[in-house]
Design a protein around this ligand. Structure first.
Ligand code: ADP
Ligand code: COI
Length: 425
């Protein structure tokens, strides 16, 4: 969980940086916040006539092997940081342009929804700001890299509510999407699913790369003469990640939040390879675990709240193999009937509507943004988690026995190249 803490600290610092940037007009980023309103007007006007975005969207994105992150910064130096900034300076506009193209291919009635339009405008703004940084010339000097890094911090923070906005947007225009397909639920679902899967996994990749750069910068420090190498962390990669430790920390946090609603929430019991450690990027897996645990706690508590007996524990088994690792989360929360199980992978499907804030602990990917609304009860936890797991070269599967309980299997590939093919970010 140490990485999450670092990310939260970063979020706090981001606010400082953001306010510094807006209060000082002499600062190279000083104009960014003041110009936001104007940029917003311009971006809408440029909707149909933007050659830069059009051209960038024609380029292929250069996805990095996860293992490359492990080796480029083994002993991080200023050169690594300059290279990392240069890669992001050329790669992010391409990825953002692909996302903007995705928004533009949505039906008009969907893209004009205020929440969805807001996100599209954010992407256009970020595209403009990144591609025009340093007048479009690659950063070379250390102070340019510093400014570029500050800009990334501000943008990461700015995009903190993207998931929330898209969720609200698609939820509120559900009927319009249905109308487009003459009431065909399956086709309406397909449109939303393919857009959100693509947009959210691409966003995961963008945010991982940007956070990797920020953390590398942190590890190198302002003055590289005083650099003290850290052997347990290279950017977003933890060199000795211990799944059992993150599982315990996430389960504890969700259990604690349930203490307000229930006297004795279920315990979580770990077995299998509980001592295993290996290099990994915990941000994505932590998000998935959080969503799966929220569901398991809720199921057990709802199924057993009228019983005087102690709630049955949630059993977690860890299995680490050469190529991948699996985490199984098994609850005795009475499982799901077939009409529920058939819909769990759909965006916006939930049986928790109206019961707000079920053990929500926020969106880890939003850098612990304290204003982030809690997401439980929106019916997006499982579909996003599945899309993330597949993006990270793995899968998420659920086997449920109605009346008994549910087993969730999360399998993910190692990033270590000695253990077969990995995935790209
Ligand atoms: P949410 O938790 O916001 O409802 P999810 O996508 O995480 O959204 O889950 C969708 C639905 O799947 C839940 O509302 C619930 O009905 C069902 N579900 C998920 N996990 C479990 C579980 N472990 N036991 C029983 N039902 C579950
Ligand atoms: C996002 O979080 O949606 C982003 O694309 C962030 C990026 C502009 C740095």
């Amino acid at each position: 969980m140490s990485l999450i803490k670092t990310v939260a600290q970063q979020a706090r610092r981001t606010n400082v940086v953001a306010s510094k940037a807006s209060s000082s007009s002499a600062h190279p980023l000083g104009g960014y916040n003041e110009n936001k309103a104007q940029l917003r007007r311009e971006t809408t006007a440029q909707y149909y006539r933007d050659h830069d975005i059009h051209n960038a969207a024609k380029k292929d994105s250069v996805r990095l092997k996860a293992a490359a992150l492990l080796f480029t910064g083994r002993i991080p130096s200023d050169i690594d940081l300059i290279r990392s900034a240069q890669y992001l300076q050329s790669e992010l506009p391409v990825r953002l342009a692909h996302r903007i193209k995705g928004f533009r291919s949505l039906p008009f009635i969907v893209v004009t929804n205020p929440h969805i339009l807001k996100v599209m405008e954010q992407y256009i703004r970020s595209f403009k700001v990144i591609s025009s940084f340093n007048d479009g010339r690659m950063v070379k000097k250390q102070d340019q890299v510093e400014d570029f890094t500050h800009l990334l911090e501000i943008l990461l923070d700015d995009h903190g509510s993207v998931i929330d906005d898209l969720t609200q947007g698609f939820s509120s225009c559900h009927d319009h999407v249905l109308d487009i397909f003459d009431g065909d639920e399956g086709k309406a679902h397909e449109l939303v699913q393919s857009f959100l899967d693509k947009t959210l996994t691409s966003r995961l990749g963008i945010r991982l790369l940007a956070q990797h750069h920020l953390l590398l910068k942190d590890q190198i420090g302002k003055n590289s003469r005083y650099f003290i190498p850290r052997h347990d962390r290279i950017g977003i990669v933890e060199s000795r990640w211990k799944p059992a430790k993150d599982i315990e920390a996430i389960a504890r946090k969700i259990r604690e939040s349930w203490m307000f609603h229930c006297d004795n929430p279920p315990r979580v019991k770990l077995n299998g390879h509980t001592e295993a450690e290996f290099p990994y990027i915990p941000i994505g897996v932590d998000y998935i675990l959080q969503e799966v645990f929220k569901n398991a706690f809720r199921a057990v508590i709802e199924a057993h709240s009228n019983s005087a007996r102690q709630m049955p524990p949630i059993d977690v088994t860890i299995a680490v193999n050469r190529e991948d690792f699996t985490i199984r989360i098994a609850d005795r929360g009475k499982g799901m009937k077939s009409d529920v199980i058939n819909k769990i992978w759909r965006y916006h499907f939930t049986t928790a509507r109206g019961r707000s804030n079920y053990g929500g602990v926020g969106d880890l990917l939003s850098m612990a943004n304290s204003n982030e609304k809690e997401l439980a009860g929106y019916g997006i936890g499982l579909p996003i988690s599945k899309a993330y797991a597949e993006y990270l070269g793995g899968n998420l599967e659920i086997k449920s026995m109605s009346g008994i309980g549910t087993d969730v299997y999360l399998t993910l590939k190692h990033i270590d190249p000695h253990k077969g093919h990995s995935f790209r970010i």
